[in-house]
Design a protein around this ligand. Structure first.
Ligand SMILES: *[C@@H]1O[C@H](CO)[C@@H](O)[C@H](O)[C@H]1NC(C)=O
Ligand SMILES: *[C@@H]1O[C@H](CO)[C@@H](O)[C@H](O)[C@H]1NC(C)=O
Ligand SMILES: *[C@@H]1O[C@H](CO)[C@@H](O)[C@H](O)[C@H]1NC(C)=O
Ligand SMILES: *[C@@H]1O[C@H](CO)[C@@H](O)[C@H](O)[C@H]1NC(C)=O
Ligand SMILES: *[C@@H]1O[C@H](CO)[C@@H](O)[C@H](O)[C@H]1NC(C)=O
Ligand SMILES: *[C@@H]1O[C@H](CO)[C@@H](O)[C@H](O)[C@H]1NC(C)=O
Ligand SMILES: *[C@@H]1O[C@H](CO)[C@@H](O)[C@H](O)[C@H]1NC(C)=O
Length: 466
């Protein structure tokens, strides 16, 4: 599989029935293991439900729902089977298909009305296929309702036949796309919105005289509204971004003014040691407002209220990266300024906000190049947004190492500091830092002095120390 992933641009994994569940598991495994550019899509046919609500939520949070499409034929019993409580299976004889059918139908009815929670929950998109067409929905509750409504008008025999008839359904769905569909006599809808819903109900094989018609219509309207809300939310966020951009610009001005100031502290240390100035207060407010905006964006994303590919759109990948590079140093400064490292531990391990880790991932998946273009000038922002946290940790080690009695810990600390020193020098050489790092009174400059100091002391003690 790893070989295939490395040589292909996209992979489609598919399976029928239990094989569908296995296909989903394999897809999840790949998504967990390989965060590569290779795209993975899983298409299942008549797969049983795989996981509970937590499982489904985890897939949403990981932004993986778009990788799954579950095809369900009109009356197939298998995708609906696990909505029946597992204890009920003890009393069913599998030969008695009528009994099995009714237990599943009744349980599904109870779950779809919200009277009882099932231990299974749909995740990903569901494509409902009937002889008349197909409808795709991805909201878990709507999926359950449609699983119920489309089963209502069915019989136990078709519920087993349909499980084995996917080839036929797929063939028909293909033809639906090119057939000239017309509405039933006297039911010409008023708007294109109504037309879409009516067509979808028609495709689901639910006719207007059936008892479940109104409920199914309501469920479809909800699904459609969710789809529109996502695009609307995305558009509103774009407006929100343009409104908060000035806050970030003010932080950049602050940075520029620190670079030009006589104190030569750089903006990290200027912000960390700020007095009760109006300017420092303003920069801090901007930092907080920006964090609120990006946190609310992540909340929406994880509640599935944004389009699936939102986190891959260049605009957002770029904006979040830019935000991270400019503002995370200030978060680090605030963390050490308020002594949080003494309470919770160092920033990298214990203080880093979740949003930055998420933005790291967005950026990494979109920019898979290992060698960035060579720079001739220093970057406008240090390319490692955690640089200052590493400096703080290294300086802390320099203090602690002097008092360390345990020889092994002592060597480990020296090794860590040496590693950081080499890492920082490499960044400077490649000009991947901004010039504030090298300011005369910056924490980094102080680290270099302290490190040299310690090295010369060690050489006095142990002449063989490099
Ligand atoms: C879902 O299943 C997992 C694993 O069995 C379990 O740890 C978790 O508590 C379940 N969540 C819910 C909401 O039932
Ligand atoms: C099957 O189950 C139904 C409902 O429980 C029952 O009425 C019927 O007699 C059963 N049929 C057979 C052949 O066992
Ligand atoms: C299903 O609905 C059709 C009309 O759409 C009706 O003719 C048929 O009798 C129904 N079948 C069952 C099993 O209820
Ligand atoms: C589609 O069907 C309608 C009515 O059934 C008819 O008036 C129309 O000409 C057809 N369109 C095409 C492109 O065949
Ligand atoms: C990274 O990705 C963004 C958005 O896709 C793009 O605008 C930018 O140029 C890329 N940067 C590098 C260094 O590849
Ligand atoms: C990314 O954002 C920066 C700052 O807003 C901008 O200068 C740059 O052109 C953007 N790049 C892309 C590819 O959108
Ligand atoms: C900054 O460094 C200069 C010497 O380079 C020193 O005179 C000055 O006091 C320092 N300022 C601060 C705030 O540390």
């Amino acid at each position: 599989m790893v070989d295939i992933m490395n040589t292909s641009k996209s992979i489609v994994i598919t399976g029928h029935s239990i094989g569908g569940a296995i296909a989903s598991l394999l897809t999840l495994w790949l998504l967990c293991r390989l965060q590569t550019i290779c795209s993975v899509i899983c298409i299942t046919f008549g797969s049983p439900m795989l996981g509970n609500e937590s499982f489904s939520r985890a897939i949403l949070q990981k932004r993986w729902a778009g990788h799954f499409c579950h095809v369900v034929s009109q009356h197939d019993i298998v995708p609906r089977l696990f909505f029946a409580p597992s204890c009920s299976f003890q009393f069913i004889s599998y030969e008695n298909k009528t009994q099995l059918f009714h237990v599943v139908l009744d349980s599904l009815g109870v779950v779809s009305r919200g009277e009882c929670k099932s231990s299974f929950c749909p995740s990903g998109s569901y494509l409902f296929c009937t002889n008349k067409g197909a409808v795709c929905v991805d909201n878990g509750m709507v999926v359950i309702k449609l699983l119920y409504f489309t089963l209502l008008n069915s019989s136990q025999s078709s519920s087993l036949e349909d499980h084995l008839d996917y080839a036929d359904f797929i063939r028909k769905v293909q033809w639906q796309f090119i057939e000239n569909r017309s509405f039933m006599e006297g039911s010409i809808p008023k708007s294109s919105y109504e037309a879409g819903i009516t067509l979808a109900l028609d495709s689901l094989g639910i006719a207007s005289h059936e008892v479940n018609f109104a409920d199914a219509k309501e469920a479809l309207k909800k699904a459609k509204k969710l789809g529109r809300t996502r695009n609307l939310n995305s558009a509103n966020l774009a407006i929100g971004l343009s409104k908060i951009n000035p806050f970030r610009a003010q932080i950049e001005w602050f940075k520029a003014s620190c670079d030009n100031s006589a104190e030569q502290m750089g903006y990290y240390d200027s912000f960390k040691q700020r007095g009760a100035s109006k300017r420092g207060f303003k920069v801090n407010m901007n930092r907080i407002k920006l964090a609120q905006f990006w946190d609310s964006l992540i909340d929406k994303l994880e509640a599935n209220e944004l389009p699936y590919d939102f986190h891959k759109r260049a605009k957002w990948v770029n904006a979040s990266q830019f935000y991270k590079l400019v503002v995370e140093p200030l978060d680090i400064a605030e963390y050490y300024r308020t002594g949080m490292h003494l309470v919770k531990g160092h920033y990298m391990q214990h203080g880093r906000e979740r949003r930055y880790k998420i933005f790291d991932k967005w950026w990494k998946t979109e920019n898979d190049t290992d060698n960035p273009t060579a720079r001739s000038r220093f970057a406008s922002s240090t390319q490692d947004s955690c640089f200052w946290a590493r400096v703080e940790e290294a300086r802390d080690s320099l203090i602690k190492v002097r008092a360390e009695g345990d020889a092994r810990k002592f060597l480990k600390m020296l090794e860590d500091v040496t590693k950081f020193d080499q890492y920082a020098k490499r960044l400077i050489e490649n000009k991947e830092i901004s010039q504030d790092v090298l300011a005369k009174n910056s924490s980094y400059t102080k680290f270099i002095e302290e490190w040299k100091d310690l090295q010369s002391q060690l050489q006095l003690l142990q002449p063989q120390f490099p």
